[in-house]
Write a new protein. Sequence first.
Length: 74
Amino acid sequence: MSRDEEHKSYEQLFILFSAKVEKVIIRTTLVFFVLLICVQAMLQIPYIRKHFTRVEPLEGKPYVWPQKEKEERS
């Protein structure tokens, strides 16, 4: 085998290897991104947020939306 053929063979192997590694990196990134979105969505639910975070009990009194009075004053 000549030196040029060895070089081309090495380049082809490297291209195949790097393509496989890129696929793994892209898939891993997508999985972590979807996981991030799911966890952030779950943290919007007060019951789940209470059990997932340590800071929630330290926040103080939770804000409660004011209730509309049944009889509106004019």
